[in-house]
Design a protein around this ligand. Sequence first.
Ligand code: HEM
Length: 488
Amino acid sequence: MTFADNTDPLTTAAGAPVADNQNSLTAGARGPLLLQDLWLVEKLAHFDREVIPERRMHAKGSGAFGKFTVTHDISRYTKAALFSKVGNEVETFARFSTVAGERGAADAERDIRGFAVRFYTSQGNWDVVGNNTPVFFHRDPLKFPDLNHAVKRDPRTNLRSPENNWGFWTNLPEALHQVTIVMSDRGIPKSYRHMHGFGSHTFSLINAAGERHWVKFHFRTKQGIENLTDADATELIGQDRESHQRDLYEAIEQGDYPKWTLYVQVMPEADAATYRFHPFDLTKVWSKKDYPLIEVGELELNRNPENYFADVEQAAFTPANLVPGISVSPDKMLQGRLFSYGDATRYRLGVNHHQIPVNCPHAATLVNSYHRDGAMRVDGNKGGVPGVQPNTYGRWAEQPQYAEPAEAAGAVADRFDFREDDDNYFEQPGNLFRLMTEDERQRLFENTARAIKGARKETVELHIENCGKADPAYGAGVRKACEEIGAL
Ligand code: HEM
């Protein structure tokens, strides 16, 4: 039945017929309202609670369902059931987002893009909660709330602040790699369909023999990379603030399903100790010469959600949604995120958010946790089954066959200065800069100058110094562009 065909009569939330949805109940034709107008009270009270907290980061986003098909065998690296054989197919849900903007922000802003993909597998939900860039601004989760405050609004002016933003970035030299990407052509994708996605962190794969490999996930767009210049984006936002949402929705409605190829880079466990870059440093990439891309499968998005709030706004991704054969690494940032997402979701959606259909592990063979009760428990709460273990029934036994191999971990607990471990922050952004054509470099300089304009002179000078350490021509180009538009 379509929306237009549905002429069912109106009822209250409790199912009682509503006699009049046009006129409130008043004492006399021109008199005050009566509290006994139950329908008016219910309608206003529900409306008053329609808004839920937006995501602290990545508040503006678009989502779609689809499928993932395994096209190449990686079972030598992972025992995950999803990858057990070529041809396996699972349902997926993806949500793309901008990062700094609020829920009503324009899509075509210069910013990194979130790229979150959920795989509904027989062993539970696996989420890759990544970005369209392979690196990030910093290396320690302690700095994430500061990053948030740096890119969001100033507490007094309620405006975005170049000084808050760039003063933070430039004082973290490790941010230069990510900053260079965001200020480059890739800083404003034309749409969500025209960008790659990266798990970014190092994760691990564990095979049936109990061997661990370190892994990075790459989704490469089959639509090709396409970007907007600052001028294109300014014009577009003037006409359409929802350009990414519209593009994704309409492509799927028209049957032009967007696709990405999933690749992995795989590093043997022992290499981590000797690799020339810190392999768990999120501000660095692994060389593809050292660890080539291995093709795995295809992600296709082919179904728009029937209801945006139900499926997209209520989607709750977390890097902690892992399945046997795919696991964590010591990357500090990943470790911080393993806590933060579930915590944010319990605040945003409540402790029973797993029951919301988009979050429900509906493809899992079994969902048998001992969690009970809590607000909005609506799935029967496991009925009369006692929530206690151990018990003499052997009920809901642990599954030791899924235990992970032991992992060597540092023995001395301390607040180690990661800069003493690897402070080579400028080589990779320098390499990226040297790969750019003259035109691309010029746009990088000008994008940077426009974005940093308004920051203190000291901040601009510090950024130029950092760029110069990556490549003298990078520093000189940014200086000239800043001088030309009066940013210095
Ligand atoms: C959203 C925390 C770094 C990608 C979020 C949310 C939080 C958060 C609290 C909102 C979650 C919600 O309400 O559902 C953090 C912390 C980080 C971090 C503490 C670092 C320590 C990263 C990195 C990436 C990333 C490095 C990508 C590689 C995303 C994405 C979303 C998100 C894609 C939106 C997910 C969605 O579409 O619902 N982050 N984040 N974050 N974050 Fe992070």
